[in-house]
Design a protein around this ligand. Structure first.
Ligand code: TMP
Length: 212
């Protein structure tokens, strides 16, 4: 199986990069499943609505709802697709909870990580692409559309989220590709494709267990 997660702050350009990588993989004959969190399943779409477009949600309830969305997503989409050999690309995964609920809110990152590990049965991506974006750039890129409940948080919140993501990548550099989201989309797509080509080669040569 090949499972790749895209992470980063709001306005990082994840969806564009997910779509570009999906095109690149399909052109090489791979089956690709593109999905996202929250909202990659029917149940998840409803959870997403509650989380992003409803009223206030207490931090612990927020963490549990994102984890519930993730548990359903892994069980209903990610594992079945991986098992039949598809490459799965997800727009956000566990790191988003550690960064937003762990670093952004006043919750312990280790506890949030544990909650997600339980929700996913310990499923870790083969590669996580982190599109690192400053709160200023992220906000500027979202100016033309209505903001959801997370996006309206203060710049300090988004700065903590950014630091949370970078901390995760620094702790496990071989499993991450960290890119500057301010680079042109074409350059980012090329960097992602180069890294993924290496990952696929490793998987083909039976080195899937070596995350280097
Ligand atoms: P999206 O707009 O990129 O789909 O993400 C939805 C929002 O939810 C975004 O502000 C990040 C946030 N989020 C969390 O706070 N925790 C999570 O675990 C996930 C997956 C998303």
């Amino acid at each position: 199986m090949v499972f790749i997660a895209f992470e980063g702050g709001d306005g990082a350009g994840k969806s564009t990069q997910v779509a570009a990588l999906a095109r690149w993989l399909r052109a090489r004959g791979r089956e690709v499943v593109v999905t996202r969190e929250p909202g990659g399943t029917e149940l998840g779409v409803r959870i997403r609505e509650l989380l992003l477009h409803g009223g206030e949600v207490a931090p612990r309830a927020e963490a549990l709802l994102f984890a519930a969305d993730r548990a359903q997503h892994v069980a209903a989409v990610v594992r079945p697709a991986s098992e039949r050999g598809a490459v799965v690309l997800t727009d956000r995964y566990v790191d988003s909870s550690i960064a937003y609920q762990g670093a952004g809110r006043d919750l312990r990152a280790a506890e949030v990580a544990q909650l997600s590990a339980w929700a996913t049965g310990g499923l870790v991506p083969d590669l996580t692409v982190l599109l690192d974006v400053t709160p200023e750039t992220g906000r500027a890129r979202r100016h033309d559309r209505a903001e959801d409940r997370m996006e309206t948080e203060a710049a300090e919140f988004h700065a903590r989220v950014r630091a949370g993501f970078l901390g995760l990548a620094q702790a496990e550099p071989s499993r991450y590709l960290v890119l500057d989201a301010a680079e042109p989309p074409e350059a980012l797509a090329e960097a992602v494709a180069t890294r993924v080509a290496r990952l696929l080669d490793d998987a083909t040569n039976g080195e899937g267990g070596d995350r280097g």
